[in-house]
Design a protein around this ligand. Structure first.
Ligand code: GUN
Length: 174
C-alpha cells in the first residue's frame, strides 16, 4: 500500500469530475466510466457510501457494459502478466496470490485453464486474487468451469466488487 497516494473523502468530494475519474477510475480495471458515472452521486459520506455508488453503477449498466468490464481484466498468469504489462494494481494482486512464483508446469496449467474457461464462457476467469492463493484459484477453475454462463457472469461481477473494495481501501484515508 502506498500511503502517499491516499486521499481523504473530504478531498475526493471536492474534486472536479475529471480529477475524480483519474483518481477513482483505477478501482475498476481499465473501466474509468464507472467512477465517471458514480461522480453524480457525490458527496459521499464514507467509504461504504462511495463503494455502493460504484457497485450500483455497474449493476445498473447493461449486460454489454458488464461484459466489457469483465473482459477488461487480464488473465491470471496470462500474456500480460508474463511480459510485465499489467497495471500496477493487477501486478500486486497476482503477486499476492503467489502467481509470480510458479514452476513452468504450473504456468502451463494456468494457461490451459485460462483457455478452457475463455473457450466456454467467452470472457476471462475472474477471482479476487488478493483473497485467494494459488491452490484456491486452481480449485476455483475446476469448480466454476462446470457452471452456466449466467452464473459465471454473476460470480465474475461479485469478484470484481471484492477487487474494487480492496483497491478502494488502499486509496481512501480515514
Ligand atoms: N483477473 C482475475 N483475477 C484478477 C484480479 O484479482 N485482479 C485483476 N486485475 N485481474 C484479475
Amino acid at each position: 500500500m502506498d500511503l502517499h497516494k491516499m486521499i481523504s473523502l473530504l478531498q475526493l468530494n471536492s474534486l472536479s469530475r475529471e480529477e475524480f475519474t483519474r483518481i477513482v477510475g483505477p478501482v475498476f480495471e481499465h473501466s474509468p466510466w464507472i467512477a465517471e458515472v458514480a461522480f453524480a452521486k457525490k458527496p459521499f459520506a464514507d467509504l461504504k457510501n462511495l463503494y455502493r455508488a460504484l457497485c450500483e453503477t455497474v449493476k445498473n449498466s447493461g449486460e454489454e457494459e458488464q461484459l466489457a468490464l469483465i473482459r477488461a481484466h487480464p488473465n491470471l498468469v496470462g500474456k500480460f502478466a508474463l511480459t510485465g504489462q499489467l497495471t500496477k494494481e493487477s501486478t500486486n494482486e497476482q503477486a499476492s496470490a503467489g502467481l509470480n512464483r510458479l514452476s513452468p508446469e504450473e504456468i502451463d496449467l494456468f494457461q490451459k485453464q485460462n483457455a478452457a474457461y475463455k473457450n466456454k464462457f467467452g470472457f476471462p476467469f475472474i477471482i479476487c486474487a488478493r483473497l485467494n492463493k494459488k491452490v484456491a484459484i486452481l480449485a476455483g477453475f475446476e469448480r466454476r468451469l462446470k457452471n452456466s454462463r449466467e452464473e459465471e457472469i454473476k460470480t465474475a461481477l461479485e469478484e470484481i466488487f471484492k477487487i474494487a473494495e480492496l483497491r478502494l481501501r488502499d486509496l481512501i484515508a480515514n
